[in-house]
Design a binder for this molecule. Structure first.
Ligand code: FAD
Length: 334
């Protein structure tokens, strides 16, 4: 999500753009970016170096504006390929590029590494690591974060896929599950270790489930001696009547074929969540049959909510932001 808060440039010639209170961020910015002569240039602060923030910065690059891009990470992340990092097809460096490098040809852009933890609309300042940075126009492009349907405690068992850390965590869990299965003597324990659950049958969930299948059936197929990775179960859980519901029917049926009966529809409010180290997921299939399974690895690609800093600023200027959070109505586990 991206919000732009603009104020017209009303300062006259000779008026200073410097804030009344000096700060590390302002001081560093003045040295790094602003020309020191002539009329002060309007200062655009962009928070977030994702797709939205980066596109804004690139559009404002090499213009007479003074632009500062702030991100809590020093790299731009190509999120659409996160699932390939999570399934060991790509390494993290292949989908992350330094923001400075992307923007370094634009002399009017300064990149700051920092966390924006507050916006003061009256003073036209954002707080970067606790220090104020003054803007004339503010662009909040801070993206979205996961929603766990009102159950943040589920994250421990079913990590989302939004950051490189998430992808690394899922990759470690998936690969370790096969390693542990190789050491395991009991068939039930092996089955559990080789059962993977992806929650959310949108594009990310389908890609993720398909990539785990590719890992099990191709990349790892010949690497073990006591287990057969090709027998791994990959369950794609979707509450809607079909996966890829934003796409035409025939495309979602085509995508569903490899998952066969594994596309499950979980019953609303069937169980109260009780986090455990070995999550057991229960639901009913489309045919109405009850099913339950124990999984070693679960990952969620189900729902998102707007980032906190954008939500706070939006509400301060009277905007209402729609949220996809279903408040625990659909998905429960015990
Ligand atoms: C796994 C996955 C697969 C996807 N696949 C596709 C696809 O195939 N096609 C498609 O069109 N879209 C896809 N998307 C969606 C797409 O990636 C997002 O819509 C897009 O990244 C949103 O861009 P954004 O700039 O709004 O936010 P983001 O890209 O999330 O960027 C937000 C930036 O803000 C920074 N930030 C956040 N809060 C702060 C703060 N307080 N202080 C400082 N910095 C902050 C973050 O570090 C981040 O760099 C996918 C998303 C995911 C997660």
């Amino acid at each position: 999500m991206m919000i732009a808060l603009t104020s017209f440039w009303r300062r006259g010639h000779g008026e200073t753009a410097a804030p009344q209170r000096a700060s590390v961020v302002e001081g560093r910015h003045a040295v790094a970016g602003a020309p020191q002569h002539g009329a002060p240039q309007p200062h655009v602060v962009i928070v977030g170096g994702g797709f939205g923030g980066l596109a804004t910065a690139q559009a404002l690059g090499s213009t007479p504006l003074r632009v500062t891009l702030v991100d809590r990470r020093n790299y731009h992340l190509f999120q659409p390929l996160l699932y390939q990092v999570a399934t060991a097809v790509l390494s993290p460096g292949e989908i992350a590029e330094p923001i400075r490098q992307i923007l370094n040809r634009h002399q009017n852009i300064t990149v700051l590494l920092g966390e924006v933890d507050g916006v003061d609309l009256a003073r036209k300042q954002v707080q970067v690591n606790g220090s104020p940075l003054t803007y004339d126009t503010l662009v909040l492009a801070t993206g979205a974060t996961h929603s766990y349907f009102g159950h943040p405690e589920w994250e421990r068992f079913a990590p989302g896929l939004k950051t490189l850390e998430d992808a690394r965590r899922i990759r470690a869990k998936v690969l370790l599950a096969f390693e542990r299965a190789e050491l395991e003597a009991g068939p039930a324990a092996r089955e559990r270790l080789m059962t993977f659950v992806v929650i959310g049958g949108g594009p990310t969930g389908v890609e993720m489930a398909g990539a785990i299948a590719g890992l099990a059936r191709q990349a790892l197929a010949r690497d073990f001696r006591h287990i057969d990775p090709t027998t791994a179960r990959i369950l794609l859980v979707e509450a809607a009547p079909r996966i890829l519901s934003a796409f035409p029917d025939d495309l979602s049926s085509y995508a569903e074929r490899p998952f066969c009966l594994q596309a499950l529809s979980l019953c609303p409010r069937q169980h109260h969540p009780r986090p455990s180290r070995k999550p057991i997921w229960r639901g009913s299939t489309r045919t109405g049959a009850k099913t339950s399974f124990v999984a070693a690895v679960a990952s969620t690609a189900a729902s998102i909510v707007v980032s906190t800093v954008a939500l706070t600023a939006a509400s301060a200027v009277g905007l209402t932001v729609a949220s996809e959070d279903l408040g625990g109505q659909w998905l429960t586990a015990d």
